[in-house]
Design a binder for this molecule. Structure first.
Ligand code: ATP
Ligand code: MG
Ligand code: MG
Length: 376
C-alpha cells in the first residue's frame, strides 16, 4: 500500500485523501495547524514547513510528496527532492509562485497576458503605469490568493494608497481587463508525459474569490483547442507532473493568461461528481505513476462555493444529482468552508435544477450569471 504525503492540510488535501481511499492509498498530511480540515480524514504530522527534523520523518513515512498549499517554501520543496519523490517538481512550483515569472513564461510560450510590469519601488509604479495604463491592478508577486494582496488603480490618485497598502515586497502591475468571461483549464500530466484535460470550465468571482463554476463551459468551440494547447505547452516546459489549473480571461474572443495554480483547483471541484475520474483521483494517480483516468464530462455540472459559512444543506440534498461538501471548518468571513455541485443531463435540466436550488437557498443573485450563460 502506498502512502502519499501532502504539504498543507486544507480542503484540497482532504479531497485528495477522500479520492485516494478507494484505491487503498494512505495519506500523511503536514500542517502546523492542529485543526487543519484534512486531519479529519487523514493522519496529520504537525510541523512547520521549515522544520527539517519533522520533514525527515515525513519523508521516511511516505512514497511520494505533493502539495495542497502552493506557497510551500522553494527551499523545502528542493530539500524534499533529496529525501523522497516530489510532484510537481520544485521548479514548476517556484514559477507558479511568482506572478512575474509565471506571466513571463506564458509570453515565452505564445500565451498573451494582460500588460504587466514589475514594481519594486514607489518610482517603479509611475514607469509601470506609463506602460500598462489605467485601470490597473497592483498585486504582490508572491503569496496572494483569493484576491488578497491586490489593489485596484483607477487614476494617479490611487498610486500612493496602493503603495502604502502593498509596498515593501516585490509587486507586479497588471492592466485591468474588462473580460467577457473567465475560464480555466484543469489538466493532468503523467510521469510518462501523457497529458489530459477536463472540459473548459467557466468561472465567476465575487470580491476576488471564486463564487460559481459551470462545466463544460458553453460556447467554447473556438477557444478549447487553443486553451488546451497553452496548458500543454506550460506543462511540458515545466516538466509538470500532476493536476494543475490555468486561469484564462476571454476578451474579444481571445485568450489571455491570468495565472496557473500548481495543484488541484477550486474550479475543478465539479469533476468529483461530473466526471468518471475527478481531478483529485487523477492527481493521485499521476504522482504515483498510475494510469490516468477518464476526464470526459458526464452531462453538465455547476458548483456553488460556500464562503464564510454554510447555507442549509437540505434544499441541495433534496434535489437529485446534487452533492454537498462540508469541509469541516469553522465559519469565518472570506473563508472557503464548503461547496455544492449540481449535475444534470443537459443545460435545460441544469437550468431548472439550478433555479430551484438558488431560490430555496436565497442565492438567486449568485446563480443569475450562470443561469444566463446556460440559456445562451
Ligand atoms: P486565486 O484564489 O485564483 O489563486 P489570486 O488571489 O491568485 O486568486 P487572481 O487570480 O490574480 O488572484 O485574481 C482573482 C480574480 O480577480 C480573477 O479571477 C479575476 O476575476 C480578477 N482579476 C485579477 N486580475 C485581473 C486583471 N488583470 N483584470 C481583470 N480581472 C482580474
Ligand atoms: Mg492565485
Ligand atoms: Mg486566480
Amino acid at each position: 500500500m502506498s502512502t502519499v504525503g501532502i504539504l498543507g492540510g486544507g480542503q484540497l488535501a482532504r479531497m485528495l485523501a477522500l479520492a485516494g481511499a478507494p484505491l487503498g492509498l494512505q495519506f500523511l498530511v503536514v500542517d502546523n495547524e492542529p485543526s487543519a480540515c484534512a486531519s479529519q480524514v487523514a493522519p496529520l504530522l504537525r510541523a512547520d514547513y521549515r522544520d527539517f527534523v519533522a520533514l525527515e520523518e515525513f519523508a521516511k513515512r511516505i512514497d511520494v510528496a505533493t502539495f495542497d498549499f502552493e506557497n510551500v517554501p522553494a527551499e523545502t520543496a528542493q530539500w524534499l527532492t533529496e529525501h523522497t519523490r516530489v510532484f510537481p517538481n520544485p521548479r514548476a512550483l517556484a514559477v507558479a509562485q511568482d506572478r512575474l515569472e509565471e506571466k513571463t513564461l506564458f509570453h515565452s510560450l505564445g500565451l498573451e497576458t494582460p500588460a504587466f510590469a514589475a514594481v519594486d519601488s514607489r518610482i517603479d509604479i509611475e514607469t509601470a503605469v506609463a506602460k500598462v495604463g489605467f485601470p490597473a491592478v497592483l498585486k504582490t508577486r508572491r503569496l496572494g490568493y483569493d484576491g488578497k494582496g491586490q489593489y485596484r488603480l483607477r487614476s494617479a490618485a490611487d498610486l500612493d494608497p496602493a503603495w502604502a497598502a502593498l509596498g515593501g515586497v516585490p509587486l507586479i502591475l497588471e492592466a485591468w481587463i474588462a473580460f467577457e468571461r473567465e475560464v480555466s483549464v484543469i489538466a493532468v500530466r503523467a510521469q510518462d508525459g501523457e497529458f489530459r484535460t477536463y472540459p473548459l470550465t467557466q468561472n465567476w468571482h465575487a470580491d476576488g474569490i471564486l463564487s460559481m463554476s459551470l462545466a463544460p463551459a458553453p460556447q467554447v468551440e473556438n477557444l478549447s483547442a487553443s486553451a488546451f494547447a497553452h496548458a500543454r505547452a506550460v506543462a511540458e516546459k515545466l516538466d509538470y507532473v500532476g493536476v494543475f489549473a490555468l486561469e484564462l480571461f476571454v476578451v474579444d474572443g481571445k485568450l489571455l493568461g491570468n495565472e496557473m495554480a500548481p495543484r488541484v483547483h477550486n474550479s475543478g471541484h465539479w469533476t468529483i461528481e461530473g466526471t468518471a475520474c475527478s481531478q483529485f483521483e487523477n492527481h493521485v494517480r499521476a504522482v504515483l505513476g498510475l494510469p490516468l483516468g477518464d476526464t470526459t464530462a458526464i452531462g453538465s455540472s455547476v458548483m456553488f462555493n460556500w464562503i464564510g459559512s454554510l447555507p442549509d444543506a437540505r434544499p441541495v440534498l433534496a434535489e437529485s444529482r446534487a452533492h454537498w461538501h462540508d469541509y469541516g471548518k469553522t465559519s469565518r468571513a472570506g473563508r472557503k468552508v464548503g461547496h455544492a455541485t449540481l449535475c444534470a443531463a443537459d443545460n435545460i435540466e441544469m437550468s431548472r435544477r439550478l433555479a430551484r436550488v438558488a431560490r430555496a437557498l436565497d442565492r438567486e443573485a449568485q446563480a443569475a450569471p450562470v443561469l444566463e450563460a446556460l440559456q445562451r
